[in-house]
Write a protein that binds this ligand. Structure first.
Ligand code: BTN
Length: 249
């Protein structure tokens, strides 16, 4: 991927800005919108993404993964999660960094980075994907009410340069995207599962009103969480159907 980076001092959301450019025909494969401040940062679902101005890395990358079938789109989520995982791993030294399904990046039991991927689909093709990435770098205080946020600085005491981290992340995105385009799906699935938070541990899951005991065995190509329940059943859950907590370790 050839990256073409635009820095904005302030915007509502880099994902929203990227979509506007796409609609105007001003963005395509490799366009990167990086912002110092987002005043309406978006998270998954109805969530917001809060990031103090200048403290963290918030950017969006536009891709045109035309070879990726829409029903395989979760493979792109996995590839992106692996790229962000490897960036955070390098920055965090020897701390335990993992992917919390579907694509949050955790250090121990806390969330250090989030990913929001949006697609436009035309017929049976993905036209554009906007890959939004937020990595908490230097922020030391988070509003109460957020589930369990953490920044790298809170854990390592070090300061991070957002531009350097942007470059690192882009080079890893490029490597993972290459694997995806070349069709190395099995490698992507295996690497993703290997880094899944909670893999193989006995846990309690909240599934609607009921509780399920079991262990995570992986995530399938449609993005469903695979759980082997205590009753010996193999169950599949979509995002939003099940929740669980990753314990600090
Ligand atoms: C989540 O964990 O819910 C996803 C968070 C994604 C945040 C990033 S920051 C850059 C990009 N622009 C946005 O508005 N959101 C994503």
């Amino acid at each position: 991927v050839k990256f073409n980076v635009t820095f904005l001092e302030r915007t509502a959301s880099t994902n929203t800005h990227a979509w506007q450019l796409i609609h105007e025909g001003m963005a395509g494969e490799g366009t990167v919108i990086w912002a110092g401040e987002q005043y309406a940062g978006r998270g998954q679902g109805e969530n917001t993404w809060l990031s103090q101005p200048g403290m963290n890395l918030t950017f969006s990358l536009v891709l045109e993964p035309s070879a990726l079938q829409p029903d395989r789109q979760f493979c792109l989520n996995k590839a992106v999660a692996l790229a962000v995982l490897s960036t955070v791993r390098e920055l965090a030294g020897n701390m335990r960094v993992s992917i919390k399904w579907p694509n949050d990046i955790y250090i121990g039991g806390k969330k250090a980075a989030g990913i929001l991927i949006e697609h436009s689909i035309q017929g049976n093709l993905i036209r554009h994907s906007v890959i939004g990435i937020g990595i908490n770098l230097n922020q030391l205080e988070f509003p109460s009410g957020l589930p369990n946020p953490v920044s790298l600085k809170q854990l390592t005491g070090l300061g991070y340069n957002p531009k350097d981290v942007l470059e690192m992340t882009c080079s890893r995105l490029s490597a993972e995207y290459y694997r995806l385009e070349e069709g190395y799906f099995n490698m992507i699935h295996a690497d993703y599962d290997k880094s899944l938070a909670g893999l193989g541990l006995d846990m309690e899951f909240a599934a609607g009103p009921s509780t399920v005991s079991g262990r995570i065995t992986g995530v399938d190509e449609l993005g469903r969480l695979l759980v082997l329940t205590a009753d010996g059943l193999s169950e599949k859950f979509n995002h939003g159907e099940i929740s669980y907590v990753i314990r600090e370790s």
